[in-house]
Write a protein that binds this ligand. Structure first.
Ligand SMILES: C[S@@+](CC[C@H](N)C(=O)[O-])C[C@H]1O[C@@H](n2cnc3c(N)ncnc32)[C@H](O)[C@@H]1O
Length: 243
């Protein structure tokens, strides 16, 4: 049964276990099991649940991708053709992209939202406070888009709708460890590869999840072993017959 919405200091109870809390000038929304509706001013329920894994998390749009991670992303996804780094910052990703790659960076006078030319790939760690607008613009320009983000950023209904409306599919999510210099939100970091027209399955890779290529290797190795064992058994049976 729905409760009547009520205001309780910074906490606004919306009913059905839903509430919003104002903290540091920002409003956060949370949903708790209906049996556990009491939420205090720190955004915790009686069971000690929080609104997000780290409630002191502050988004920072200026964090540069560490060099090793930048190299890994480019090696993994192998962007080719005309590639754009739409907000290159210090150029950590840009320097690993194929020769002739283009870039934007607002601090150097090139606003990504002014870029109009279609490209083959866009690869970046975007400013996380602008993910939706960056994503929408990237989907208009490129056939492949790789964004480094906390992957929960992908699963809002609006963003999934944007992806579908642009005729894109999620091709791969590469899970990566959160670098220490990134804001520690407690959410999983990943590089998401979106491809225009992609209708296939989503590959989840990294952090112990197998890539499709890895699985194929395992399968090939296993079937080779099965064939070898079968041959050995047949040979042993022949030798036993001869005796
Ligand atoms: C999280 S940093 C990442 C920098 C770089 N992509 C990297 O991976 O190291 C985001 C960058 O986006 C830039 N930026 C923000 N809005 C922009 C815009 N509209 N056009 C171009 N760059 C923008 C910021 O100045 C910042 O350098």
């Amino acid at each position: 049964m729905r409760e009547k919405a009520r205001d309780d200091g910074g906490v606004k109870h919306l009913g059905d276990g839903m509430a919003t809390v104002k903290r540091n000038g920002r409003t956060m929304v949370s949903c708790f099991p209906t049996s556990d509706r009491k939420i205090n001013r720190r955004g915790q329920s009686r069971a000690g649940m929080r609104f997000q894994p780290n409630r002191d998390y502050v988004s920072n749009d200026e964090v540069q991708t560490p060099a090793a991670l930048a190299r890994r992303l480019v090696r993994h996804f192998r962007p080719r053709g005309h590639v754009l780094e739409p907000c290159c910052g210090e150029g950590r990703i840009l320097r690993h992209l194929p020769r002739g790659a283009s870039w934007c960076e607002i601090k150097r006078g090139r606003d990504f939202f002014d870029w109009r030319e279609p490209v083959d790939w866009i690869v970046t760690n975007p400013p996380w406070s602008q993910i939706r607008s960056f994503l929408r613009h990237a989907l208009m320009l490129a056939d492949h888009v790789v964004f480094l983000l906390t992957i929960n950023h992908l699963w809002t209904k609006a963003r999934l709708r944007d992806i579908r409306a642009a005729d894109f599919g999620i091709r791969e999510i590469l899970l990566v460890d959160m670098p220490p210099e990134f804001p520690q939100s407690g959410f999983q970091l990943g590089a998401v590869h979106l491809q225009r027209g992609w209708r296939g399955r989503i590959t989840l890779s990294g952090r112990g999840f197998s890539t499709a290529r890895g699985l194929k290797r395992v399968r090939t190795r296993t079937s080779r072993k099965i064939r070898r064992d079968a041959k050995e058994r047949a040979r042993a049976a022949e030798m036993a017959d001869e005796r």
